[in-house]
Design a protein around this ligand. Sequence first.
Ligand SMILES: Cc1cc2nc3c(=O)[nH]c(=O)nc-3n(C[C@H](O)[C@H](O)[C@H](O)COP(=O)(O)OP(=O)(O)OC[C@H]3O[C@@H](n4cnc5c(N)ncnc54)[C@H](O)[C@@H]3O)c2cc1C
Length: 396
Amino acid sequence: MRKNTVLISGASIAGPALAYWLHRHGFAVTVVERAPGIRPGGHAVDIRGVAKDVCARMGVMPAITRARVHEEGFAWVDANGRRTSEMPATLAGGEAIVAEYEILRGDLADILHDLTRSDVEYRFGDRITALADGADGVKVEFRSGRAEVYDLVVGADGVHSGVRGLAFGPEQRFIKQLGAYTAYFTMPAQPDLDPHWFLMHGVPGGRCAGIRPENERTAKAMLTFRSAGHAVDPRDVEGQKRLLAQVYAGDGWRVPAMLDAMWDAPDFYFDVVGQVRMPHWTSGRVALLGDAGYCASPISGLGTSLSLVGAYVLAGELAAAGGEHVPAFAAYEEQMRGYVEQCQKLPPGGVNGMLPMSAAAIRLRDVSTRVMTRRPFSRLLQIQAGKADAVTLKAY
Ligand SMILES: Cc1cc2nc3c(=O)[nH]c(=O)nc-3n(C[C@H](O)[C@H](O)[C@H](O)COP(=O)(O)OP(=O)(O)OC[C@H]3O[C@@H](n4cnc5c(N)ncnc54)[C@H](O)[C@@H]3O)c2cc1C
């Protein structure tokens, strides 16, 4: 019997996770990724709530446990590196801002790719340029010149999803900017920094710089700043670096070392901090998954969990409906809607909490961090627990 064919665009987290489940349910899967290989880079992402069950059902929990970052928490530091407040990872049973399961995004992408590479066809260095959705399938054209027909196409290609652009419309209609930009990249290790803590330095004006020690040679750098309406071209990497150099010029702590390292970083990543809000994630034979359909933003700490759970539900509903996309897509939308809405609710303070504008607001943030980490207030930090569990996994 002919297998149903599914083309997935994007090979980060959502794409390979969906590929795993679709293959397991008997679909023939192709993944196309614009980058020349699995993209390295990013900081730690969280696996929370029901997403842990999904990973357990995929059999990847041992690999995740081996690779997870062993962080004792995060601390705010002043320009001289002195700690002003801190939040231990053990608070609130691992359901506070620092999660129990945190893993570098690149490591998780590698684990999911390794899990699927022998069963799924990966095509790197290519992308979809045209989609024509018809009664018998979707005719797809690729940048490489190929043209093929698939039963279904899924966009798992992130906030700036190409599939969404082709099948649903321009991204301005769907991306809700939260007023900040963020950059992640690898920098040389800072041997004198505590290797067990993620250290962050906030500056009036809404700028923050963070360093997460990685090993003896490298550390992960993060620069997140409030945007005063900067126009940033998502394809102009040199322009993004020039903007960071300008925005952070004159800042203290390790910022000069971070800016030096940024120019040659092998895995520089820069993007708007935003959410994707859409009334529907499916149209005809095309569906969106993960950040492409419902990015919750890095501030939520729930984007990776959403994409892992979304992959499980989408593949499961397609299998349950015998590959019939109309009932399967309706069930996917129905199951995911409430969970996505929960996960898109930002932690208290949102962007303001992370990027205060004044010295007084920074001091207030330190005071409230210190108070919140004391009992009985630390219970209030279980802000992620209910959200990350806001869906019940069916057995497919
Ligand atoms: C390099 C990188 C670093 C990141 N770092 C962090 C981080 O530190 N913290 C955090 O919270 N989140 C980070 N994210 C986002 C995080 O991975 C997602 O929020 C979450 O895991 C959901 O993943 P996703 O697979 O839906 O989307 P993404 O992880 O954004 O992956 C989308 C994938 O699609 C590919 N792609 C994009 N356009 C096309 C196209 N037209 N055709 C084919 N492929 C395409 C991209 O190259 C990428 O591999 C990062 C994403 C990337 C790509």
